[in-house]
Design a binder for this molecule. Structure first.
Ligand SMILES: [Cu+2]
Length: 182
């Protein structure tokens, strides 16, 4: 089944104020928003080189995944397991590129987990082949199956290049509510 992205925007009102000027996205109806007891799973893109840290997250429905960006110029993009380093479809979650000369980018990209299906993410930066080098991660991997993060990375290394999703969507760009990731 190829359905709509498994993450969604936190809310239309939040989006309107948080998305960069000129970026519009209408969330589908029926999306799950972060609840008052939602956990926030912090991820650092570019921690100690070309990787996400942590890169294997177990999250509950309604939890937030909050991606912080370290140097250099990373992104957070959704793929399938079968085809690493390219968008899962035109609705693939995408943070856009987050250029960060030093320290941590003042904005994070936050998404709400919509279900318990595995979700695969990669950095679509082609300069330096980030995805091919191992900059990828998973939310809710099936630990009893063959679709592991190491298997994803092995396939990613064989792809020629990365493709970014068509537009920034599926999450909110805003300053982190609870400060930097480290
Ligand atoms: Cu990257």
């Amino acid at each position: 089944m190829v359905g709509f992205t498994s993450f969604a925007l936190i809310g239309a009102a939040a989006i309107a104020s948080a998305m960069p000027t000129g970026t519009t996205y209408t969330p589908p109806t029926g999306i799950i928003s972060a609840g008052p007891n939602a956990a926030t799973h912090r991820v650092i893109a570019g921690f100690n080189g070309l990787r996400f840290e942590p890169e294997n997250i177990v999250a509950e429905v309604g939890d937030l995944v909050e991606v912080h960006f370290n140097p250099m110029n990373h992104s957070f993009a959704q793929s399938s397991f079968a085809e690493p380093c390219k968008p899962i479809n035109d609705n693939a979650i995408f943070s856009g590129f987050m250029p960060t000369p030093n320290g941590e980018n003042p904005n994070v990209f936050s998404i709400v987990v919509q279900d318990k299906q595995p979700l695969w993410f990669y950095c679509s930066q082609t300069k330096g082949d980030h995805c091919q080098t191992g900059m990828s991660m998973v939310v809710n991997q099936n630990f009893n199956g063959a679709a592991t993060l190491s298997a994803y990375k092995a396939k990613a290394a064989l792809t020629g290049t990365s493709i970014s999703p068509p537009r920034v969507q599926g999450g909110v760009i805003a300053p982190p509510k609870n400060g930097p990731g480290l």
